[in-house]
Design a protein around this ligand. Structure first.
Ligand code: NDP
Length: 255
């Protein structure tokens, strides 16, 4: 189906590297105007911005430094967003992992991760949703994780943040469907980014457990985002879409 995304504004959190930068690049290539949030990787953000502006001078791109772990900073961002032109889509991708056994969890760190992975999502949605409802069109995507769907040792806190987001997104989908807005969760398995550096020594073993036999590339996740933002995906809402190389389908014990 032919359609144009010209002038449609999209916000991507955690857009300067990893899965987020693949999402930003893919959506830019689909002619969306993209603004993205970063926290630390200012140099990478600046390089990406320059690249996008040079390649696509007729589109609008911007990058904003916001620590989503800082409630006041998220409030300031939300206030700015509610004064700006209506967004077509929010892709909440920024996230932090916390690999530790439940018995060893540090409560302060756990709550900080909840703020980044979950509370910043709800705060941003509250800020952008009314104009989106008035426009009767929009897309909200949360990058979740298969750890919210299956138990993985060491992931109790990380998985809970993603589980909270998943429940929130489902409710959002039900509330917003009559307004022409969809809300979906993408649940990746293992994606080849810095987030998995912690497991670098075990990569071969992990890949053997994945039926497809490898980690996903960030661009493969970005393709799902592209689809969910398209008009063709208007009927997909409240969904949790795994992208895990068959990992969740597998019982293990492969020969
Ligand atoms: P990376 O660690 O490569 O990137 C994390 C991104 O989140 C960066 O852009 C980072 O920005 C941003 N970010 C982290 N903390 C904050 C914060 N406090 N404020 C603002 N931005 C922040 O991770 P991935 O690209 O792999 O992960 C992207 C998403 O995908 C996450 O939500 C993750 O949980 C999820 N995911 C990833 C999987 C994987 O295997 N890689 C599997 C399942 C889910 P900056 O660099 O500027 O700090």
């Amino acid at each position: 189906m032919e359609h144009s995304n010209r002038g449609k504004r999209v916000l991507v959190t955690g857009g300067s590297r990893g899965i987020g930068s693949a999402i930003v690049r893919t959506l830019a290539a689909c002619e969306y105007d993209v603004q993205f949030i970063y926290r630390e990787s200012a140099e990478t953000a600046e390089t990406l911005l320059k690249e996008l502006r040079a390649e696509r001078p007729n589109q609008s791109f911007s990058a904003h430094k916001v620590d989503l772990g800082d409630r006041n900073a998220v409030d300031t961002l939300s206030d700015r967003l509610s004064e700006e032109e209506t967004l077509y889509a929010l892709v909440h991708n920024a996230g932090q992992s916390y690999d530790t056994l439940a018995a060893l969890v540090d409560q302060t760190r756990a709550e900080a991760i909840m703020q980044v992975n979950y509370w910043s999502l709800t705060r941003l949605v509250t800020a952008i949703i009314r104009p989106m409802m008035r426009a009767r069109s929009g897309r909200i995507i949360s990058i979740g994780s298969i750890t919210a769907l299956h138990g993985v040792p060491g992931n109790s806190i990380y998985a809970s943040t993603k589980g909270a987001a998943l429940s929130y997104m489902r409710t959002l989908a039900v509330e917003l469907a009559p307004k022409g807005i969809t809300a979906n969760t993408i649940a990746p398995g293992f994606v080849d980014t810095d987030l998995l550096n912690l497991y670098a020594d075990h990569r071969e073993t992990i890949e053997k457990q994945i039926p497809v036999g490898r980690y996903a590339q960030p661009a493969e996740v970005a393709e799902l985002v592209r689809y969910l933002l398209s008009p063709e995906a208007a009927y997909v809402s409240g969904s949790v879409v795994p992208i895990d190389g068959g990992l969740m389908a597998s019982l293990g014990g492969r020969r």
